[in-house]
Design a protein around this ligand. Structure first.
Ligand code: B12
Length: 222
């Protein structure tokens, strides 16, 4: 099955919200030589983008279909990222989660997968994570980065989100030891937003997140 056919068959399965078919297409593609990285970056993410385009034309009408499609994409991504190629040495450890009040999971999962493939240890705290939990978990796991995913403007700007994490780091004297990286749609819409919410850095996707995080970790070691 060549890539073009895999993409067409996977898109059709996702638009039909046929989970079993989507997995069948992916497994067949892998049997024929596509790597897990190819599947996430060349098949799953472009299909998500198509779906996002469709939903932006009629959000309410497509919401249920889109939710199902997101679930399929999340499940496929989870299976694939566990199989990403990796080298033996880890660079550092981060905790990641979706900010307080925010239930969007897919971006975070993709970022986690990319980071793991770049040999960054990732502790996933899930969705709707409070500021206290981010900081406590970073200490518990000896992580040097707190990565916060926010898909909605109000959760990105919320006083319970990144701003509260910054406040806690200040109060506990942890700012030299733990840095904050943010990402998600609101930050791509306003590339200065990360400064307003007092993060140390932001990244637009999983691959650039890897670079930004690696630079921060190396910077802290100097
Ligand atoms: C899928 C989706 C949903 C799904 C979520 C399913 C799931 N399991 O995740 C469902 C249907 C459940 C949903 C619900 C809602 N949604 Co919604 N949703 C979306 C949609 C269409 C796509 C998000 C997505 O999955 N993108 C695909 C992934 C791959 O991309 P990504 O998340 O951007 O992630 C990439 C980067 O941003 C970055 N990144 C992401 N996180 C991080 C973190 C770090 C640290 C870094 C460095 C980088 C990074 O890397 C990722 C990989 O490249 C967006 C529209 C959009 N254009 O984004 C709306 C959108 C985010 N949703 C929106 C809204 C309003 C809602 C609801 C309130 C709807 C409702 N009325 O109930 C609820 C909120 C529920 C809640 N409390 O969280 C709005 C937010 C509007 C705003 N201005 O804030 C949007 C923008 C739609 C719109 N245009 O109005 N949603």
């Amino acid at each position: 099955m060549i890539l073009k056919n895999v993409i067409a068959a996977y898109n059709e399965a996702v638009f039909d919200t046929d989970r079993d078919k989507a997995f069948e297409v992916i497994h067949e593609a892998m049997a024929q030589g596509l790597t897990p990285e190819d599947i996430v970056f060349k098949v799953v993410i472009p299909a998500m983008e198509l779906m996002i385009k469709a939903i932006s034309e009629d959000f309410d009408a497509n919401l249920a279909q889109h939710f199902m499609a997101s679930q399929i994409a999340s499940q496929v991504t989870d299976e694939m990222v566990a199989l990403f190629q990796s080298s033996p040495e880890t660079i550092g450890r981060i905790v990641i989660g979706t900010s307080h009040g925010d239930m969007h999971t897919l971006g975070k999962r993709i970022v986690s997968g990319c980071l793991r493939s770049l040999m960054i240890d990732v502790v996933d705290l899930g969705v709707n994570v409070s500021a206290e939990r981010f900081v406590d978990a970073a200490l518990e796991h000896d992580a040097s980065i707190i990565a916060i995913s926010s898909m909605m403007v109000h959760t990105a700007r919320s006083e319970h989100g990144c701003l509260a994490v910054r406040q806690l780091l200040k109060e506990r004297g942890l700012e030299d030891r733990i840095k904050i990286v943010v990402g998600g749609a609101p930050y791509t819409w306003d590339t200065e937003l990360y400064k307003i919410v007092q993060a140390d850095a932001w990244a637009s996707d999983g691959v650039s997140a890897g670079k930004v995080i690696k630079d921060l970790i190396v910077g802290m070691r100097k």
